[in-house]
Ligand binder design. Structure first.
Ligand SMILES: [Zn+2]
Ligand SMILES: [Zn+2]
Length: 105
């Protein structure tokens, strides 16, 4: 996961480029995308996640309980997996330690 160096928002890759709503942009290779945008729990299963077109994402916050650090503030977002017939997957990131996991719902 990459964050914008100028405003701190999550950067979403699109056509090998990442663009932030603040105007920052950067080229990104496929390799980097798969390295940085695969989530911990997904690596084993080799499921590739495709981030949705939702570009202006100021991630909503949510009350959570982080299983790593016990933090109570988190962000959430959804991604569509490669098979379009599956429901989007819901991810949660701990605001304190950055731990990211997938919510099963
Ligand atoms: Zn930015
Ligand atoms: Zn945490």
């Amino acid at each position: 996961m990459r964050f914008c160096p100028s405003c701190g928002k999550v950067l979403i890759p699109k056509n090998n480029k990442i663009e932030c709503i603040c105007g920052y942009d950067e080229e990104i290779s496929d390799e980097d995308i798969s390295k940085e945008y695969k989530f911990e729990g997904e690596r084993k299963k080799e499921i590739e996640v495709i981030i949705t077109d939702n570009n202006d994402l100021a991630l909503p916050t949510k009350e959570i309980t982080c299983y790593k650090c016990g933090g109570t503030k988190g962000y959430w977002w959804t991604v569509q997996t490669r098979s379009a017939d599956e429901a989007p997957t819901y991810f949660i990131r701990c605001a304190k330690c950055g731990n990211t996991w997938r919510r099963s719902n």
